[in-house]
Design a protein around this ligand. Structure first.
Ligand SMILES: C[S@@+](CC[C@H](N)C(=O)[O-])C[C@H]1O[C@@H](n2cnc3c(N)ncnc32)[C@H](O)[C@@H]1O
Length: 298
């Protein structure tokens, strides 16, 4: 089985494995830059959609059976954005405020960028960067559709993002092996492999270092992946702590999760790494995720 190497680290491993047979739920994040949650919810319910709120923020609606949310008029109007609950949690962990200068280093297609702008009430400034010019076009289109006006888009290799200024918050949502997106659906089987991407771990660490270097003293970054692989997760944070004076901070949100690992196979990690979050689909029914909050001291 593809995930058997994680048997020792994923709690209730057999329950985790069973959870992969269910389809990924569709979550819609309401866009309060355009209308209130109640208005958007009523519009969608008038279309006959069965919706359930899924979190205490009131920002995410779980919709039963909506294979193509992008075909709805409300999507084109920018009233909602289809977004995994774990992706929403990641943006919330950034805790941006309307006076912040925020960098999203790997931003396309802009799900988290647009939620950051929403949390900032379209104030402050967000710099949304992605190294892929084609993906930057998608990012720009999404920001426009969602009515985001506090964001500028750049197209640098994140690990070489210019060091001209410093940010209160940096999100580094790195390219990863994406194991957390793997589900069989009710009838299918797990894809046997995700194409190996040589150099991925090296790239993730370079992006994380640059993200830290772009922080104001007293600033905070969030590092995230949608994978379970400790090398791409705790291993990256351990690397950062060895290279820079960062401190791993608790994530003060209330969603089911497991703590970061302090050991994987023969490797020990700094005890503070247990403040990181591992989001598993049998604990929170969404894409599997890892997130870490790291502060730069004053
Ligand atoms: C996990 S996706 C980001 C998802 C996005 N944060 C969101 O929530 O919509 C990773 C992104 O990193 C970008 N990327 C890959 N290598 C990069 C690099 N060296 N510098 C900046 N971005 C990079 C990819 O083009 C991709 O869009």
């Amino acid at each position: 089985m593809r995930f058997s190497r994680y048997r020792e680290i994923i709690p209730e491993f057999s329950v985790f494995c069973r959870s992969l047979y269910a389809s990924l739920p569709t979550h819609l994040r309401v866009n309060t830059l355009k209308a209130s949650t109640t208005e958007i919810r009523l519009r969608l319910e008038r279309r006959g959609l069965a919706l359930a709120p899924t979190d205490q923020t009131g920002l995410v609606l779980l919709v039963a059976s909506l294979p193509q949310p992008g075909t709805l008029l409300e999507y084109a109007l920018g009233l909602f954005h289809p977004q995994a609950l774990s992706s929403v949690v990641t943006a919330l962990a950034m805790a941006p405020t309307p006076d912040h200068l925020v960098l999203d280093l790997c931003a396309s297609p802009g799900s988290k960028t647009s939620l950051l702008a929403q949390l900032m009430k379209n104030r402050g400034v967000v710099v949304a960067n992605d190294s892929s010019s084609t993906r930057v076009a998608t990012l720009t289109a999404n920001l426009k559709r969602l009515g985001v006006t506090n964001t500028v888009v750049t197209c640098y290799s994140g690990q070489q993002f210019p060091l001209h200024g410093r940010f209160h918050r940096v999100l580094v949502d790195v390219p990863c092996s994406a194991e957390g997106t793997l589900r069989t659906g009710v009838h299918g089987t797990l894809p046997a492999t995700i194409r190996p991407r040589p150099g991925l771990v090296v790239l993730q660490r370079a992006l994380l270092l640059r993200a830290f270097d772009l922080l104001e003293p007293g600033g905070m970054l969030v590092y995230s992946t949608c994978t379970y692989d400790p090398q791409e997760n705790e291993g990256a944070i351990q690397f950062l702590l060895e290279e820079r004076p960062g401190r791993v901070k608790p994530i003060d949100l209330d969603f089911p999760h497991s703590p970061g690992l302090t050991r994987w196979q023969e490797t020990m990690y700094d005890p503070s790494i247990q403040h990181c979050w591992r989001i598993y689909p049998h604990q929170l029914d969404t894409v599997g995720f890892f997130l870490a909050r790291v502060a730069r001291d004053l």
